[in-house]
Design a protein around this ligand. Structure first.
Ligand SMILES: NC(=O)c1ccc[n+]([C@@H]2O[C@H](COP(=O)([O-])OP(=O)(O)OC[C@H]3O[C@@H](n4cnc5c(N)ncnc54)[C@H](OP(=O)(O)O)[C@@H]3O)[C@@H](O)[C@H]2O)c1
Length: 267
């Protein structure tokens, strides 16, 4: 009988966390989404009686505080595991290299704001809003879904020079995770940055530019992991992430780990 809250639960990895966790009918699963009325969410909640859909935007402190209050009303004020999974990026500049960042303050803010708002400010607000519930929970685990794109060895070994703002935000998230682990460790709370692997979460038909970009990425990633064949599916990523979360303890608190539970097999 455990309780889980997942942000960014409307699609991709977040929705797969909800699906797998809800399969255990003893779990209470709180799916935090920006649009609880979307057909996707109604379907998920009607298929699983232990799923509760809660409105929450991680980039809006008032909204995420209200989400934590709604969660507390459902669980009796406690929560075992918080999974902060939300992420946003400026897709138009994802392929830009650092030397292509323009000398234009407004344009640069537009590139950096989505990942910083979700990954940095959103991480802080979500963690702080749900902390009173986590303190009353049994497992006392907070997990931030990060990325190997913020691992310096992976960047240096693969030569991936693009996705600058995204990678910088995830690197900042990893530092915040270590800070939280240092502060909350004495209170028995474990905090982890977790990379889910390279996961195919594209919905609908993939445009040819995306297919081409993924071919380039595969070649680069193979420099670090020669056996890599391509992206994994959300089912595999989340199944492995849940095993890592299950094993999270005081020893691994504060780290960035892969879905394989190590600091080597990132993809
Ligand atoms: N896919 C990969 O290969 C990969 C690799 C490494 C790390 N990751 C990380 O894994 C996580 C999930 O990835 P994904 O591929 O499943 O992403 P995704 O399909 O783009 O989904 C992102 C989720 O974040 C939500 N979101 C965006 N802005 C939000 C906000 N302001 N407040 C609340 N929720 C918000 C979206 O909800 P809306 O529907 O409301 O927009 C959506 O549910 C992300 O943190 C990502 O960085 C993914």
């Amino acid at each position: 009988m455990s309780s889980y809250a997942i942000t960014g639960a409307s699609k991709g990895i977040g929705r797969e966390f909800v699906r797998q966790l809800a399969a255990d009918t003893g779990n209470t699963v709180l799916a935090i989404v920006r649009d609880p009325d979307s057909p996707n969410m109604s379907e998920l909640a009607s298929d699983h009686h232990n799923v509760h859909v809660i409105k929450g935007d991680v980039t809006d402190p008032k909204s995420i505080l209200e989400a934590a209050s709604a969660a507390a009303a459902i669980t009796g004020g406690k929560l075992d595991v918080l999974i902060h999974n939300s992420n946003a990026v400026d897709m138009a500049t994802m392929s830009s290299n650092p030397t292509e960042i323009p000398f234009d303050a407004q344009a640069v803010r537009a590139i950096f704001d989505p990942p910083l708002s979700t990954g940095i400010y959103g991480s802080l607000w979500t963690t702080n809003a749900f902390l009173p519930l986590i303190e009353k929970g049994i497992q006392k685990k907070i997990v931030h879904i990060s990325s190997a794109m913020a691992d310096l060895d992976l960047i240096n070994n693969t030569g991936v020079s693009y996705a600058v703002a995204y990678s910088v935000a995830k690197a900042g998230m990893n530092v915040q995770v270590a800070k939280y682990a240092a502060e909350l460790g004495p209170r028995g709370i474990k905090v982890l940055a977790l990379s889910p692997g390279w996961v195919d979460t594209w919905e609908g038909g993939k445009p040819s530019q995306v297919v081409e970009a993924e071919k380039v990425m595969l070649k680069q990633f193979q420099a670090a992991e020669p056996e890599l064949k391509g992206q994994i599916q959300p089912e595999e990523s989340v199944r492995k992430c849940l095993q890592v979360i299950e094993r999270l303890d005081a020893e691994t608190s504060g780290l960035l780990l892969s879905h394989n539970g190590d600091k080597e097999r990132w993809l």
